[in-house]
Design a protein around this ligand. Structure first.
Ligand code: ADP
Ligand code: MG
Length: 351
């Protein structure tokens, strides 16, 4: 009987824990965007982690993201990437972490046939999107900038040494937040005070899910895919316990001129914002870096090419088109519980 009561109390205790977990939230600004991390943790004997343990972990997470921001930014002059970009083509030794970020960026460029290209820096410099100086560059300027673009110009020489040929400069804006997301996961995997962690980290449009949602019975976190015209509303929800959900859209950073929208995802073939009839692409993946690279690449490819690529490579992607369709690649149903909510906003759903 005693045993039974203990078992019931344990169950009650656990279910109490499941319905009212103590969450700790930390908001901060890094990588040019707002970030918010919600954390739950439990000690090795199954009790909720105390506030001090949670705040230490939250602090480690923001420190990690800020460290990567400095290392991978094109503007922070003390960082690795800045040094590499300003080495005039000389062989440059970087940290193992920076080397790994560049290695992955080049690998995704190869995999996507250059739709994702981490050497778009001279092009992004001309457009200045997201600043007060944003403008449409002259064709001659773009032609000149494009002569330096090409991931083949990045030579990974081993032992953390990189050389940039042909005046190339690296811009990791297309995967930086994803790379930070994977670093956050690695941190949560380490023990760091509590036995286990559950977390939802929103690094701008990059969402990292970790360890299951203690507030829901099935452990899933529910992520909304924004309506491009009304970003507080969702057209789709995706539910999953862990992994990453990343969105790239034409509504994140843009300016308008003569009734035309110019956004921040460029087609490496033209140097112009990719104009493929898409409003956004969302990718669900175990790796946040890969998801980030793929959203950018798929946005450049457009729906038809992008969908063929997703089928061939087993990528889970949700495309939102300018003509109000929501289209899913086949792998989405393996990676998340998908729910369409865009009907009353005039969207149709196709698979
Ligand atoms: P966000 O930064 O809004 O999450 P993305 O992940 O799509 O969006 O990254 C866009 C950024 O990536 C741009 O601001 C620019 O720095 C860089 N970029 C633009 N076009 C490309 C491209 N074709 N390949 C790789 N990086 C790109
Ligand atoms: Mg991206």
């Amino acid at each position: 009987m005693k045993r039974l009561i203990a078992a019931v109390m344990l169950l009650l205790g656990l279910s109490g824990c499941a319905s009212q977990p103590a969450a700790y939230t930390n908001d901060f600004f890094a990588m040019d965007t707002f970030m918010s991390v919600t954390l739950y943790g439990s000690t090795p004997d199954g009790r909720p982690a105390d506030d001090g343990t949670l705040s230490d972990m939250a602090e480690s997470i923001s420190r990690t993201v800020n460290r990567l921001d400095a290392a991978l930014s094109r503007t922070q002059t003390a960082g690795d990437l800045y040094r590499l970009n300003h080495a005039d083509g000389a062989v440059t030794e970087v940290s193992a972490e920076t080397y790994e970020a560049v290695r992955q960026a080049v690998a995704y460029a190869e995999q996507t046939g250059g739709a994702f290209d981490p050497t778009m820096a001279p092009v992004t410099d001309l457009w200045q999107i997201g600043t007060d100086q944003a403008r449409v560059p002259a064709q001659a300027e773009l032609d000149e900038a494009l002569t330096h673009v090409g991931y083949q110009n990045v030579k990974l020489l081993g032992e953390n040494r990189i050389q940039l040929l042909n005046g190339a400069q690296i811009d990791l804006g297309g995967i930086g937040k994803g790379f930070a997301g994977d670093a956050v996961c690695a941190l949560l995997q380490g023990e760091n005070g509590a036995a286990s962690w559950q977390a939802l980290a929103a690094l701008g449009g990059n969402i990292v899910l970790y360890g299951g949602n203690p507030a829901r019975k099935d452990g899933s976190w529910v992520i909304g895919v924004a309506d491009p015209d009304q970003t507080a509303d969702s057209l789709v929800t995706l539910a999953r316990a862990d992994g990453s959900v990343v969105t790239s859209g034409d509504y994140e950073r843009f300016f308008e001129q003569d009734g035309k929208r110019y956004h921040h995802i460029f087609d490496p073939a033209t140097g112009y914002p990719a104009d493929t009839g898409l409003r956004s692409v969302t990718v669900i993946d175990e790796s946040s870096t890969r998801a980030d690279a793929m959203t950018t690449a798929l946005f450049v490819m457009g729906l038809e090419k992008g969908m063929a690529f997703c089928r061939e490579q087993g990528i889970a992607a949700v495309f939102i088109t300018a003509d109000k369709q929501v289209v899913c690649s086949p792998a989405v149903s393996d990676m998340a519980v998908f729910s369409f909510e865009g009907e009353d906003k005039g969207y149709t759903y196709a698979q």
